[in-house]
Ligand binder design. Structure first.
Ligand code: ADQ
Length: 474
């Protein structure tokens, strides 16, 4: 079988420099985990940015490059300016907020950032083109690399190219705000197969391609510029087996007992997110505040624990966001706490895997209320740990996961009153009803896991003939 190249902004190992020496640490985040199984099988190369190698001397640098090679990683190195413009500027300052409908966060003073985005995308394409054998398949990931399919097609018309978007594709009226809308769509449309988490995102992409570029709809995709691109929806899952086995392990069960003892009989409401303004953490806190205001009798008997791992700390909007979260937390605790107990506890840190699983397993209610989210893996991780079918999931209707996880209590995260009511419903739900819902959720999460997702996409990609592309002649 032909080889597969994975292409993503980050690779599953990140270089950390300490005292002139470099070490490879596993990268956090859903994508690295999602594709780890595929990469572990040994038939893949992984092209991406391994982090900053700048602090290393020649010997240490070579040692790290050798280690990366042993892991079959093809590094694309980025300068500090490229990180600032391509990654923080254009990817996370423009595409990320716009695709999540948070228009007030979009920076449009960014012509230079666009240039860096395009030139870094060109370099990713060159790195893949250099290493691919004739007829290989290449699977490109996410919004940071939307121009790569086209650049790669120009360099290597013989390759089979797949692209998967991990975040929402927004409605046409929002997407068309982007001054670079044509180029971004043309970039993606040079693929043989494009995947989305939900049929809704796919429909938005079709609409934008038709209206902006005049692409023509076909039964399974679009025709554009003499080329056919297949489209499909592939809802990403998690490594459910890893979560459910870990949750049932004696050490995690013991830790769950400990957490419950520390709670002293209080009900645990849990939130787990990257500290990102799309995740709706302040809105969630406002709902907890409203709930405590309406239910004074509960002030002493619930704890809302929010674990937020800081991310993208150098992007301005993220620093402000953390301040906002801390301010609301302080206000709620000031209003409803007592000298010995506070109703809200926020941890700004990465929680190690076993501890995360123990928290999921110890929680009574999980609050997953992003303002907008491509899928949301946290909701699925929570369900996978609930081996006895206990636990209640409150889920935003604006997360891609809500299309699959219909037995959750679905809420509009912009509606504080409705979220407070959902909390009340969850805390009063008869155990029999809660179990029936969780059983259905857990079953779906276990059967539709991440391996099935990757296999489905790759099966459909391999079914596309590697067709010479007219763009190659341009
Ligand atoms: P993310 O925006 O990163 O992913 P999500 O899908 O929720 O969002 O994945 C976050 C991951 O980070 C989860 O695996 C979670 O366990 C972990 N995590 C979060 N907070 C943590 C903490 N405090 N400590 C330890 N781990 C923590 C993007 C899209 C999503 C899409 C995924 C995959 O934005 O919509 O589901 O890609 O396609």
């Amino acid at each position: 079988m032909a080889k597969l190249l994975l292409v993503s902004n980050r690779v599953p190992w990140t270089v950390a420099c300490a005292g002139g020496k470099g070490v490879l640490k596993p990268s956090s985040g859903g994508l690295a985990t999602a594709l780890a199984g595929t990469h572990a099988r040994g038939e893949t190369l992984w092209v991406g940015w391994p982090g900053d190698l700048g602090g290393l001397d020649a010997e240490a640098r070579q040692a790290i490059l050798d280690e990366l090679q042993a892991q079959r990683v093809i590094p694309v190195e980025l300068s500090a300016e490229e990180v600032e413009r391509y990654y923080e500027g254009f990817s996370n300052g423009v595409l990320w907020p716009l695709f999540h409908y948070l228009l007030d966060k979009v920076r449009l003073d960014t012509d230079q950032d666009w240039d860096a985005y395009a030139s870094v995308n060109q370099r990713f394409a060159e790195a893949a083109a250099e290493r691919a054998e004739p007829g290989d398949s290449v699977w490109i990931h996410d919004y940071q690399l939307m121009l790569v399919p086209r650049y790669l097609r120009e360099l290597r018309p013989d390759l089979r190219i797949g692209f998967f978007l991990h975040i929402p594709f927004p409605a046409y009226e929002v997407f068309r705000i982007l001054p670079w809308r044509e180029l971004l769509l043309q970039g993606v449309l040079a693929s043989d197969l494009v995947g989305f988490h939900t049929p809704g995102y796919q429909a938005h992409f079709v609409n934008a391609s038709r209206r902006i570029l005049g692409a023509e709809s076909r039964e399974d995709g679009l025709d554009y510029d003499g080329h056919h691109v297949a489209l499909g929806d592939y809802a990403i899952g998690i490594d459910a087996e890893a979560f459910s086995t870990t949750a049932a392990s004696p050490s995690v069960m013991a830790r769950v007992q400990e957490i419950r003892q520390d709670l002293g009989g209080r009900t645990l409401i849990l939130g787990v997110d990257r500290l990102d303004y799309t995740k709706g953490i302040p809105q969630r806190l406002l709902a907890v505040e409203r709930y405590l205001e309406l239910h004074p009798e509960m002030r002493d008997s619930v704890l809302f624990l929010q674990a937020s791992v800081p991310s993208r700390e150098r992007v301005e909007a993220y620093a402000q966001y953390r301040k906002q979260v801390d301010e609301v937390t302080g206000r709620i605790n000031g209003l409803y706490g007592s000298p010995s107990r506070v109703p809200v506890h926020v941890l700004h840190r990465n929680i190690p895997f076993e501890e995360l699983v123990a928290l999921y397993r110890a929680a009574d209610v999980m609050l997953v209320t992003p303002l907008r989210d491509g899928m949301n893996l946290v909701a699925k991780e929570f369900c996978a740990t609930r081996g006895d079918d206990s636990g209640i999931l409150i889920l935003s209707e604006f997360a891609g996961a809500s299309a699959d996880l219909r037995e959750a209590i679905l809420v509009n995260p912009y509606d504080t009153g409705a979220m407070a009511e959902a909390l009340d419903t969850a805390l009063r739900m008869p155990p029999g009803q809660a179990r029936a819902r969780m059983r259905a959720l857990r079953k779906r999460v276990i059967t539709h896991d991440v391996h099935r997702w990757a296999e489905a996409f790759l099966r459909d990609l391999h079914a596309q003939g590697p067709s010479p592309h007219p763009m190659a002649a341009h």
